[in-house]
Write a protein that binds this ligand. Structure first.
Ligand SMILES: [Zn+2]
Length: 282
């Protein structure tokens, strides 16, 4: 499932090909992803120029020239592919991939396909003046790479909660954009046990956690960005990149902390896998 760094990489990729371009038409091949698609989606987007592409948590926001926003969430398996006239495989509508649900045709000939085998993604259209009150966005917590995310904010949030600290990191109302992968990675880097009760994390460790979260996300964005630079040669999908993880999915492998001889463990917390080092994380 894409988390903040993957969504940010997709944003950067889409920005290269979409920003400033005009949509000629949109073909929609399904009535529903996770939720129903707006019936007027194709009509409302055609002949609109994409003026800006931003991100909030795991949501992408495409602003178009009439002031509307196309809001996109990639869900579990959503991705975009670019078929431009320069160096990419051409888009041939008869050979549309099975799970290409939404196809954007730009005036300049570029075609962008949205593919989503599991259909947990979402697309919605919202008027600019309703953006602030849009339900899925207004409840989102702090952007972890924004200026407001600091020790004071995180301490206040953790103090109110007795659930395991990892569960708090996954709560989108507290921090927007962190999922299962980067929660495990951040806690390992900060030396905090994922089972530790949130309100018991020491002041010093909360400071370490803020730094760890920022580093882990920035490293992943950097690695996504370098994948993006090779994108023309790999012609892959915009959405999933190979990252080097320290603990995520590393069960049974040696911990990467120098001089630590422990093996990475996997446990299940509220139905989701957590990976951690039993020696380094207390
Ligand atoms: Zn260790």
């Amino acid at each position: 499932m894409p988390e903040l760094p993957e969504v940010e990489t997709v944003r950067e990729g889409l920005k290269l090909y979409l920003e400033g371009q005009t949509i000629a038409k949109v073909d929609i091949f399904t009535s529903k992803l996770r939720w129903m698609l707006p019936t007027h989606l194709a009509q409302s987007l055609s002949e609109q120029t994409i003026t800006a592409i931003s991100r909030r948590g795991k949501y992408l926001l495409l602003e178009v020239s009439n002031g509307n926003y196309l809001i996109i969430h990639l869900g579990m398996s959503g991705s975009f592919a670019i078929h431009s006239t320069h160096g990419f495989p051409h888009y041939i509508s008869e050979k549309r991939h099975q799970h290409d649900h939404v196809v954007f045709h730009l005036l300049n000939g570029t075609v962008i396909t949205y593919n989503d085998p599991r259909k947990f993604g979402m697309m919605d259209l919202v008027a600019g003046h309703n953006l602030r009150t849009y339900p899925r966005l207004k409840l989102l917590g702090m952007e972890p790479l924004g200026n407001g995310f600091d020790e004071v904010y995180l301490t206040k949030q953790l103090k109110k909660r007795t659930s395991p600290v990892k569960n708090v990191l996954l709560d989108q109302k507290v921090i927007a954009g962190i999922g299962n992968i980067y929660a495990s990675e951040s806690l390992w880097r900060a030396g905090i046990s994922p089972m530790q009760k949130a309100n018991r994390v020491t002041h010093k460790k909360v400071g370490n956690l803020v730094i760890a979260i920022r580093e882990v996300l920035n490293d992943a964005i950097k690695s996504g960005g370098s994948t993006l630079r090779n994108y023309r040669s790999i012609a892959g999908n915009l959405g999933y990149f190979q990252h080097q993880f320290s603990v995520y999915d590393q069960e049974g492998k040696p911990c990467k902390t120098p001089n630590c001889t422990s093996l990475i463990k996997r446990i299940v917390q509220t139905g989701r896998s957590t990976f951690y080092c039993p020696s380094c994380q207390k």
